[in-house]
Design a protein around this ligand. Sequence first.
Ligand SMILES: [Zn+2]
Length: 94
Amino acid sequence: MISDATNRALGVALHQSWTIAADTGASTPFRYVLACVSEDEDGKVCGADSGEVGDMPAVVEWVQVHASAVGEDHRSYQLLAEIPMEAIPGVVSP
Ligand SMILES: [Zn+2]
């Protein structure tokens, strides 16, 4: 087995394996905005949005309310999300 010092001396880059995940312990809240990008017959985008909500069930609830109000043909959406994330180091591999 080649030591880390030997690898560095040989110019071999060590690659750290990382995983990223939602940081559920962060003080920054999760924030979501869902915008309806459905188009009418003339190609005009609806543009309605959920406003800022704190979880995905609230996003889904907004879609149900929106679709009930404007019609079930509004099926195209774009999700904007601010989710605190953390990087978790994994196993060092040569
Ligand atoms: Zn819409």
